[in-house]
Design a protein around this ligand. Structure first.
Ligand code: MN
Length: 360
């Protein structure tokens, strides 16, 4: 490697270290989004409460974040919300909820916070990303999920809108997305080169078609098996941040993890991320210093077989969020009263020699 590229690398590292230091005193807005109408299983509306009960706010505070807890939003169910095209469920209710969330996320990001949205189902990512993009139009998205959530209202096999938000977000797909009730306010804010998927392992036929034919970068579980999570993250950052630095929106579906780690979720798929792979993703995102908003979705406390399963899933969600804000496996104590700058030295005048002799 040439001296010049060594120097450039060193400089880049210094810059990113500075950013990490700057970001260590994060101002974080937490928004609870107890919404479940993007899918059919009851319980995901209790996700924010479960994640809070698992200690999210305390954990973020212990990392030195200043927390602006906006509380849980209230989502109204639109009456007579009939199916679109005989299949798409609750379009008006999902559209209205997404609009409300978009406004809240936009306010939070505009006020200078890094915004954490606790779902709720993944349909809400349409709102959170749209709101984020109002302040950061050059943002990019890292979508960590077992599913691509990129069906259009015309290709969805289930009719659930939590499997469709990305199709609404992408400009290139707009000639394939019909205007559905509840979404007249919505405008696409992403291009296919602004998003990367990680963790995919359950794609519908149209989703597979879209990813391939629109050249959307994705790293399935097979890619992770082949090249390892380190290489996957390098390639993901190269695709999104290679030419310029830009704010990152992380949209993290807990079902990206293997169901043995995150059982309390609506659409588990075997063969998912290990704990170490999942946390490596978020540690690396933290290390960029560019995280600007995050969704943590699809924790469903009613779907754990036992209370231990529910607790494990919610605790995992807390670890994911905390590692986005600097929780590190090699230690991450930033609180002034916990930082150790000198080790205690034993006293030289130890006066219990007699005791020692007795013991010998
Ligand atoms: Mn999802």
């Amino acid at each position: 490697m040439s001296i010049r590229s060594n120097f450039a690398r060193l400089l880049k590292r210094q810059v990113s270290l500075l950013k990490v230091q700057k970001k260590s005193s994060h101002s974080v807005a937490v928004i609870g989004a107890p919404f479940s109408k993007g899918q059919k299983r009851r319980g995901v509306e209790h996700g924010p409460a479960a994640i809070r009960s698992a200690g999210l706010i305390e954990r973020l505070s212990s990392l030195g974040c200043s927390i602006h807890d906006i509380g849980d939003l209230h989502f109204a169910q639109v009456p007579n919300d009939e199916l679109y095209n005989s299949i798409v469920k609750y379009p008006r209710t999902v559209g209205l909820a997404s609009k409300l969330l978009a406004e809240e996320v936009s306010k939070a990001v505009g006020a200078g916070h890094t915004c954490v949205t606790l779902g709720g189902d993944h349909s809400l990512a349409f709102g959170s990303i749209t709101g984020h993009a109002q302040h950061c139009p050059d943002l990019c998205v890292i979508w960590v999920d077992a599913h691509a959530d990129i069906n259009t209202p015309l290709t969805t096999p289930s009719g659930n809108l939590h499997g469709q938000p990305v199709s609404f977000l992408l400009r290139e797909l707009q000639d394939k997305v019909p205007p559905i009730p509840g979404f007249s306010w919505a405008k696409p804010c992403l291009s296919t080169s602004d998003i990367v998927y990680i963790g995919l392992r359950d794609l519908d036929p149209a989703e597979q078609f879209i990813l391939k034919n629109y050249n959307i970068p994705y790293f399935s579980m097979r890619h992770i098996d082949c090249m390892g999570i380190k290489k996957v993250m390098e390639k993901a950052f190269e695709a999104l941040l290679g030419r310029r630095e830009r704010p990152i929106h992380l949209s993290f579906d807990i079902d990206a993890f293997d169901p043995s780690l995150a059982p309390a979720t609506g659409t588990p798929v075997i063969g998912g991320l290990t704990y170490r792979e999942g946390i490596y993703i978020t540690e690396e995102i933290y290390n960029t210093g560019m995280l600007s908003a995050l969704d943590l979705v699809e924790v469903n406390p009613l779907l754990g077989a036992t209370s231990e399963e529910v607790k494990a899933t919610a605790s995992l969600a807390v670890d994911v969020v905390a590692s986005c804000f600097g929780q590190a496996r090699e230690g991450s104590h930033t609180r002034p009263d916990l930082i150790m700058d000198v080790l205690p030295t034993p006293s030289t005048s130890y006066d219990s020699d007699n005791e020692e002799q007795v013991r010998i």
